[in-house]
Design a binder for this molecule. Structure first.
Ligand code: DGY
Length: 327
């Protein structure tokens, strides 16, 4: 019997080839929009697998819409959009795409950090507006990146890569907050594991790299922002709800912190209206993994997870591997 896969939005073509070469039948939503929940529930009828995006809410209701669904392969490393427990209860495998986007995401964290510290977007606007009349001794004075202290919140793969770029590229001192010791950070980058409070108080740049789980929801709120230096910057390439966005907008308005570089938002694709009017925040539309190569690699892994599952082979990146022992 041919297994049928539904892809909730167009992704790089290499995924389709892998799926078809694996003997699977593929249907893609070709509309350039996120499906309503009811549409997604309808679309997965008669399918054996769903290749989902981080913009799809795959909750218990969606998972219950098709009792024959066997796998949800998320085209992302983060899987907070999926109710994994509900999937496990229904014996549905969930997979993600770790590893391949680590460096690309850390690159963007760094791009936001550098552009924020050196007021690059404001300077670009100024130049385009024809305001560059003379070299200004006091114009666009930003913060040095080299030698500054970089605080990494969440020292997993992406946090570690961001720290490495900071330390090896710019001689930054690295502090990190994580439940676990990170030997690479400790030994290779002479980093120090500290409390969140200490990290916020001491860092010139705070970069967030935690997954979105109950404990990290609004990890950065009014109290945490008030601990940061008025010259410090907050960088978020993790998930929007890790930061209380309204509170951040207020802190940026009041100058509690110097600025922020954001790739993710609390209610994507909406951005808090107050942020839109501020010059000291850079707003990117969730593009941290958006390099041609990385998006192809994410497509490859998302497809390979599905093919491996139906061929009974080892799954490259299962999120709930416990279901494999009784499927
Ligand atoms: C992910 O994979 O979780 C990223 O947010 C995609 O950019």
């Amino acid at each position: 019997m041919t297994h049928k896969i539904y892809i909730s939005q167009p992704i790089p073509e290499n995924a389709l080839k892998i799926l078809r070469d694996g003997g699977l039948e593929v249907e893609t939503n070709t509309d350039n929009r996120v499906l309503e929940k009811s549409e997604l529930m309808q679309a997965i009828q008669g399918k054996d697998g769903l290749l989902s995006l981080l913009t799809d809410t795959v909750d218990a209701e969606v998972l219950s819409a098709n009792p024959n669904l066997k796998i949800v392969s998320n085209y992302a490393v983060g899987y907070n959009n999926i109710d994994v427990q509900a999937a496990t209860e229904r014996n549905i495998l969930v997979t993600n795409t770790p590893g391949v986007l680590t460096e690309t995401t850390a690159d963007l964290a760094f791009a936001l950090l550098m552009a924020s510290a050196r007021k690059l977007l404001e300077a670009d606007k100024f130049t385009r507006a024809g305001k560059f009349h003379k070299w200004e001794p006091l114009g666009f004075l930003g913060q040095d990146i080299h030698g500054a202290t970089l605080g990494i919140v969440g020292a997993g793969k992406i946090g570690t890569a961001t720290a490495r770029k900071g330390h090896k590229g710019f001689g930054m001192r690295i502090l990190y907050f994580d439940p676990n010791e990170n030997d690479y950070l400790n030994n290779e980058l002479q980093a120090t594991k500290v409390s969140l409070e200490e990290l916020l108080q001491e860092s010139d740049f705070v970069s967030l790299h935690v997954p979105l789980i109950e404990k990290t929801h609004h990890l950065i709120g009014a109290q945490e922002l008030s601990l940061m230096k008025p010259t410090a910057y907050l960088i978020n390439t993790a998930r929007g709800p890790v930061v209380d966005e309204a509170t951040l907008a207020e802190a940026l308005q009041k100058g509690t912190i110097a600025g922020a570089g954001l790739d993710v938002y609390e209610n994507e694709p909406d951005v808090h209206p107050d942020l839109l009017n501020l010059d000291n925040v850079i707003l990117a539309p969730h593009i941290a993994s958006a390099s041609i190569h990385t998006r192809q690699e994410m497509a490859r892994i998302a497809a390979e997870n599905i093919v491996a599952f139906f061929e009974g082979e080892d799954i490259p990146s299962p999120v709930n591997p416990e279901i494999l022992s009784h499927s």
